[in-house]
Design a protein around this ligand. Structure first.
Ligand code: FAD
Length: 475
């Protein structure tokens, strides 16, 4: 009896429980293992997957095909359009290759879960294996058996459960057959944008993890908010598509800091907490399917009268708001497909609070640009910033872009890297841009071709608090 490993958001051969299960099945039944990856361009477009992320996936599927060839497992790529095409294609594939069992890692998003449930209902012998989190969604619950709605108790419970568990990544399975000849290059039929500035592969991800833990994690708490520093791991592109697993990350922390789950003074504590935020948002997505459907977590969010000015939104997207810290951040996103976490919070606050643009516009734009685009974290981050989310920032807390700028990029070196027009500006002018004429926002430009601020901070802050007070009863 033969088995099939269906790769999705788990593009790795190490610590891949579904792959291990597929290999064990074939071994027990003296059968063969094959693997597939399914390309669905129309579905991806509907999900706003960024071309740079698709390119990153494509590179990893090629690398995966090579790793699998060494294990004697052929990888086929099926080119479909929609998730709804999967049943017919898989059915044919299973018949053609005499496959009896399909294994895949579970995914938390609603369309992915519906697709899988339908396939099972339609008779595809699909077994879903938890791979997405260290503690599978639903395993961390409060005393009433419900999902936590606040992060801190979630993280305490998460640590207490995790500390009782052996967190040991699975080894790469042994070869199931003789090595295959190297597969030819796989190309997706999708508009891609080069991701070459990011190293690819499980080896690259592992080296980045080890290097971060060896030399940066102890300073993470101090450095992580300064975008000019390499203060964070930059592992998110790998985690988002499963080139490295969160279990591998947590196990690597514990190998260096065995006390990390129980000792709050541990040097790796803050970084571990970020990985737990990742799990929190993924648990939320499963517990509250409306989050996958572009709905506010706090239902009072329906009452917010967003301004949704499309010219202002375009200025924000293009990094032309006249606030250097916002513009540098948006240009970093547009140029590299990645943005520093502190800046994600600052630009999201600016869009939703200063400009009163619906968080869904920003969430979508981020998704269309990010190499690490991830529905759970992106939705969580946007709703946190807008004040509509679970354990969100309160609606009346409005980041001051001037203070954020001087505090987190004091010498403006990050800003000048992405906004070269400001090379000769004084630090004071960069951190405290002045509005000369708020009624003529786009026409007025200063000498260096840099726009004036499109909104005046004090007025915008008061306006945001008034409009967002629709959320008040939800606090
Ligand atoms: P590190 O600081 O080294 O953290 C390690 C890992 O922990 C990250 O790679 C990530 O997987 C996880 N993590 C860290 N912070 C968070 C967080 N706040 N929420 C959830 N997981 C976290 N992250 C994404 O992976 N994809 C997204 O689409 C995404 N969109 C965001 C949108 C907004 C508005 C905000 C405020 C945050 C968003 N984040 C997103 C979370 C965070 O900004 C990124 O995970 C982080 O910047 C990635 O850089 P890093 O790998 O160096 O992170």
């Amino acid at each position: 009896m033969n088995s099939l490993m269906w790769f999705r958001q788990d593009l790795r051969v190490a610590d891949n429980p579904a792959l291990v299960a597929a290999c064990q099945f074939a071994l027990q039944h003296q059968g063969k293992v094959r693997a597939v990856y399914i390309v669905t361009p129309s579905q991806w477009m509907r999900h706003d997957v960024a071309p740079i992320q698709i390119d990153f996936i494509q590179r990893h599927v090629n690398l995966l095909a090579q790793s699998l060839a060494a294990l004697g497992i052929p990888l086929d790529v099926l080119h479909l359009e929609w998730f709804s095409d999967t049943h017919a294609a898989l059915k044919d594939y299973l018949q053609q290759h005499h496959i009896d069992a399909v294994f895949a890692g579970s995914e938390p998003e609603i369309n992915e879960r519906s697709r899988d449930n339908e396939l099972i209902d339609q008779g595809i012998p699909l077994t879903l294996v938890d791979q997405d989190c260290v503690l599978a969604a639903g395993k961390v619950q409060n005393l009433s058996g419900d999902m936590y709605k606040v992060f801190t108790p979630f993280s305490k419970k998460w640590k207490s459960i995790a500390s009782q568990k052996a967190i040991v990544p699975l080894a790469v399975p042994a070869p199931v057959a003789a090595a295959l000849t190297l597969p030819s290059t796989i190309e997706f039929n999708y508009q891609t944008r080069s991701s070459e500035q990011w190293a690819a592969g499980e080896g690259a991800a592992k080296r980045a993890l080890e290097q971060f833990l060896a030399s940066q994690v102890a300073d993470y708490q101090a450095d992580r908010d300064f975008p000019a520093l390499e203060g964070t791991s930059r592992l998110s592109p790998f985690l988002a598509i499963g080139v490295v697993s969160s279990r591998q990350c947590v196990a690597a922390i514990l190998a260096r800091y065995p006390e990390a789950l129980v000792d709050d003074t541990c040097a790796a504590k803050t970084w571990l907490n970020e990985l737990i935020w990742r799990e929190f948002y993924r648990h939320l997505l499963v517990a509250f399917p409306r989050l996958s459907m572009a709905q506010n977590f706090n239902e009072l969010g329906k009452g917010i009268a967003w301004r949704n000015n499309s010219d202002e939104f375009t200025a924000w997207c293009d990094g032309q708001t006249g606030y250097p810290i916002i513009d540098a951040a948006m240009r970093q996103l547009n140029q590299t497909g990645w943005m520093h976490n502190r800046l994600r919070m600052v630009v999201a606050s600016f869009l939703t609070k200063h400009l009163l643009v619906d968080w869904r516009w920003g969430e979508r734009y981020f998704r269309q640009q990010l190499i690490d685009g991830d529905l759970a974290a992106n939705n969580g981050g946007w709703q946190w910033s807008a004040g509509t989310g679970c354990d969100a920032q309160p609606y009346f807390r409005v980041f001051n872009p001037m203070t954020q700028s001087s505090k987190f990029d004091p010498d403006a070196s990050f800003i000048k890297r992405y906004v070269p027009e400001l090379a000769r500006w004084s630090l004071k002018d960069i951190h405290e841009p002045k509005t000369v004429n708020v009624n003529d926002l786009f026409a007025q430009r200063q000498g260096d071709g840099y726009p004036q601020p499109i909104v005046e901070h004090k007025m915008a802050r008061l306006r945001a608090i008034e409009v967002l007070s629709a959320l008040k009863r939800g606090q």
